[in-house]
Design a protein. Structure first.
Length: 288
């Protein structure tokens, strides 16, 4: 009498739930709000950044919207200047970060795939730029050139290109030796086609996850230069310039420094939280 073997069901492994920190949601909400307020500042019921809204050095108070965060040394609304200053700081950080991301990704893709003398030359240049103190480079550019938004964009872009180039090269090297890349080469595909069609889609996502963190660092760098008087020139408001304007009144009117400092802290913290969240979700090297 034959005995049929017992049927064995495959074990069911429950999916690991993804935990989303409340800080990530708060960071996203803050970034959406600060960007929206900066873009639509002209439509908000607040005074322009250069218009006197009340007596000088008024502390924050409820009631009138212009006086919600107090006034500066000239009586201008701190709320208005913070929102209009977000335009300058966010635009400089975002544009420099995006341009550096694009150029650095291309350089990293070329060096990681072609290697040889091209890889050596670009790697040496990137190492030299990374070894140069960033603040000294920005100070030299601001001294030689006229302090302005284009000067800031040039200097900040030069700072981030080597970092993205090194990251792009590190991500390109393992992909360039994958089987589908070798198959494309055996089928007659050229280097340009392989880099654009085969490698680039796999490299862009991990590099893009670092973009919010880089933008946060660029906002801090812009604020440092504006604090030193070498950033965005007045009368255009910027967060670093607001801190510089209020430093002499720190003892009597601390809100002149704390308000822009708090905005910078919240924005940089939110960008770092967003960058870490994107890395965990889209960087394949963290899941392999």
């Amino acid at each position: 009498m034959s005995v049929e073997p017992e049927s064995r069901a495959d074990p069911v492994i429950p999916a690991t739930p993804r935990r989303h920190s409340i800080l990530v949601y708060l960071s996203m909400a803050w970034l959406v709000l600060i960007i929206a307020f900066a873009v639509f500042a002209d439509l908000l019921p607040i005074s322009p950044a250069a218009v006197v809204a009340g007596k000088p050095k008024l502390p924050p108070a409820l009631g009138e919207l212009d006086l919600l965060l107090g006034t500066d040394n000239l009586g201008r609304s701190m709320l208005s200047r913070s929102l209009y200053g977000a335009r300058a700081s966010l635009v400089v950080g975002a544009v420099a970060g995006l341009v550096g991301f694009a150029l650095g990704t291309v350089l990293g893709l070329v060096t990681g795939h072609l290697r040889g003398k091209v890889d050596t030359a670009i790697s040496v240049l990137s190492d030299a730029m990374l070894a140069f103190p960033p603040l000294i480079l920005l100070l030299v550019l601001s001294t030689v050139l006229t302090p302005s938004v284009p000067t800031l964009l040039i200097g900040l872009t030069l700072l981030v290109i080597p970092s993205f180039a090194r990251l792009g090269r590190a991500n390109t090297l393992p992909w360039s030796s994958r089987e589908f890349v070798l198959a494309a080469r055996n089928m007659g595909a050229g280097n340009a086609r392989i880099m654009v069609r085969e490698i680039l889609p796999n490299v862009v996502a991990p590099l893009a996850t670092y973009l919010p963190i880089v933008v946060a660092a660029l906002i801090v760098a812009e604020g440092s230069l504006s604090y030193l008087g070498l950033g965005i020139p007045p009368p255009t408001p910027s967060w670093g310039g607001m801190i510089a304007d209020g430093q002499d009144s720190l003892a009597t009117a601390p809100h002149l420094v704390f308000v822009p400092a708090a905005v910078i802290f919240a924005t940089v913290f939110a960008l770092n939280q967003l960058g870490d969240h994107l890395r965990v979700r889209f960087d394949r090297t963290l899941h392999d």
